[in-house]
Design a protein around this ligand. Sequence first.
Ligand code: AMP
Length: 183
Amino acid sequence: MKLLIMGPPGAGKGTQAKILAQKFNLVHLSTGDILRKEIDKASKTGLKAQTYMNAGNLVPDKVLLAMMNSTLTELKDHGVILDGFPRTIPQAMGLSKIFQSLNQTIDGIINIEVDKDVLINRLVERAKNSGRADDTEEVIINRQNVYSELTAPLIEFYQSDIITIDGDGSIEKVTERILKRIH
Ligand code: AMP
């Protein structure tokens, strides 16, 4: 099974992706986590990504597509849940080429929706303990703007394939809503 989980920063997609990965025995692929590990290793990809990430901007599509091409090819025999990828239309087009070359398709796309005010409050709270370099208020606001400009158009791109989930409420409640819709 190949699932995508989308939503603005702070919507809880990472949390829900982890829960779904465990429940359905999927590999959880968070591009944010993968890139943070690359930065820790000071790899070529990490060095390219760092400045963009610290400012809350997207890492170039080319970098993400090369990284996901090799990761998804390696994991072709596993179920995966993609968290944070694709984040732009060119990435979505690249992803469909990757799946085509592997003779695979996307089985479900979950989009978690949450009001902008709730999101900013959640992220400011998370920032107090996260230790993430991109969790300052200025960068949080930039990440929301980047989402609106570059990632939200994916909702139109995937259209009727999307399962929309209300992300306001407890973690358990949101999981329950997702499970009801994907069974
Ligand atoms: P996240 O942990 O998903 O909030 O991602 C943190 C940061 O990693 C983002 O603000 C981007 O700088 C970078 N990033 C993660 N996924 C992508 C992607 N698909 N395309 C470009 N940049 C990404």
